[in-house]
Structure formats: structure tokens, C-alpha cells
Design a protein. Structure first.
Length: 262
């Protein structure tokens, strides 16, 4: 079982640490001059962005690029490596239980599909083991989600610094141009607003891959029978045993005859 002291610090923090946020903002200010040509000269209006899933679908946010900077790559690589370590540690620590689940899955499939003789007690024991696995896997997934949230907070600090630094530079240059009686650069308003970063613009956002949505698939290992066999027999033994477990009828026996209170 995974214990708390085995998990790296960011998975246990509810918010981004001050030092990590400071470093991300400092990196954003340093990268801002090189990213300036890629950001739009006209910041969108704050109320022009409804609550939609992404920048491509948000009216009023034209030409916002999906940038991948070295900082974004570092953040994504660090997070995905930590997430992969969580999964590998779970599989390693639970390898004996997983091997037992594989053996019991074959026994359940043989009893229900081959022999056609259901054994509720054996299936209940199998369900207990699967429940223990799912509980540990859900804990692992929760910690992986915490890691992605911490990474996205770091990215938000970085892009906030990039966005504000670029528009501050443009505002200062526009003010200097007005002072000298010159016209600002093409497309730049005379008084550029220091708008905050659009909420939905977060290039490099870190998310978990699809394998984290169905944790039972981590149990599917080993060859699957192929060739001239029935479609049901080509299913992995664990997958078929889980199907048998999850499709068993649950009878309410509270009102059954002879079950009254004594």
C-alpha cells in the first residue's frame, strides 16, 4: 500500500509554494521579451471571454498562440515523470496482490463460463480483493491529480508574468513615443491596457492521460487468446472476471420470508 511519506511533497500541498511561484514568475519575466512578437498587441476585453473550455472557442481572444517554451516543457516533463513514478510504485508495491487477482480471475472465469457453476462465496472474496485494489488505485489517482494541479498553478504564474511583462513593455514604449511626439508601432493602441492574462489561455496545461480514467485496465497484462475461439474467450481473464463481478444481480433480502427480526 502507498503511504503518505512515500509521495513527493507537491502531491501533499494544497497550494503552490511561495518559492516555486516566485521562480515561475521570474522565469516568465525573463522569457517575455522573446515571446513578445507572438502575443497580440490588443489585449482582449476582460468581459469578452465567457466560461468556455478553451481559447479557440472563446470569442474576443483572436490569435492567442499555443506556445511551448522550455519552461513549459520542463514543467510537463517533471510532472509526467512524477505521475509515472506514482503508477509504477503502486504496481510494484501491489504486485503480489495483482498476481493473486490474475489467478483468481482465471478461477472465476473457469467456474462461471466453462463449468457454468456459480460460486457466490468465491466471487464475494474476489470482489473484496478488487475493492482493495480500486481503493489503492483511487488514492494513487488522487495524488496524480494533485501533481497536475500543482504544475498548472506553476504554469499560471509563469504565463501571468509573461503576459503582464509584454503589455507593460508596450505601454512604456507607447508612453515614450507619445512623449517624443511619435506614432506607436503599427497596431498598438495609444494607451495599451495592462489586462490580466485571459483565464482560458494556459499553453502547456498538464492533464492525465486516458489510462487514468479506468484504473482496472492497469491489471490487464499478459497475452490474450487469439485465433478461432469465441469472442468471449478472447477477452482478458481479468476483464471477463470483472464483467462477471459487476453484472451479478444484487437481491434485497431484508423482506424475504423467514428473515424477520428476532
Amino acid at each position: 500500500m502507498i503511504t503518505t511519506d512515500q509521495i513527493r511533497g507537491p502531491a501533499r500541498r494544497a497550494r503552490l509554494g511561495g518559492v516555486a511561484a516566485l521562480r515561475a514568475r521570474r522565469r516568465g519575466r525573463r522569457d517575455a521579451p522573446g515571446l513578445r512578437p507572438l502575443l497580440p498587441a490588443h489585449p482582449p476585453e476582460p468581459d469578452a471571454a465567457p466560461d468556455l473550455p478553451g481559447p479557440s472557442a472563446v470569442p474576443g481572444l483572436p490569435n492567442l498562440p499555443d506556445l511551448v517554451t522550455p519552461f513549459v516543457m520542463e514543467t510537463r516533463a517533471d510532472t509526467l515523470r512524477a505521475v509515472g513514478q506514482l503508477r509504477s510504485r503502486l504496481l510494484k508495491d501491489r504486485r503480489a496482490a495483482i498476481a493473486r487477482l490474475h489467478a483468481e480471475s482465471v478461477r472465476v472465469v473457469t467456474q462461471y463460463d466453462r463449468r457454468g457453476a456459480p460460486l457466490p462465496a468465491a466471487l464475494a472474496r474476489y470482489g473484496e480483493w478488487i475493492g482493495a485494489w480500486r481503493a489503492d488505485a483511487e488514492v494513487c489517482r488522487a495524488r496524480a491529480v494533485a501533481l497536475t494541479h500543482e504544475a498548472n498553478q506553476r504554469l499560471a504564474c509563469y504565463w501571468d508574468a509573461v503576459w503582464l511583462t509584454v503589455h507593460r513593455m508596450r505601454a512604456e514604449e507607447a508612453g515614450a513615443a507619445r512623449h517624443r511626439g511619435r506614432v506607436p508601432e503599427a497596431g498598438l493602441p495609444a494607451r495599451p491596457a495592462l489586462a490580466a492574462r485571459p483565464e482560458h489561455w494556459l499553453p502547456g496545461r498538464v492533464t492525465l492521460d486516458a489510462t487514468w480514467e479506468d484504473l482496472d485496465t492497469w491489471l490487464f497484462s499478459g497475452p490474450v487468446p487469439t485465433g478461432a475461439v469465441a469472442a468471449r474467450d478472447r477477452t482478458h481473464a481479468v476483464a471477463r472476471a470483472l464483467q462477471i463481478l459487476d453484472t451479478q444481480p444484487h437481491h434485497d433480502t431484508t423482506d424475504a420470508p423467514g428473515r424477520g427480526t428476532r
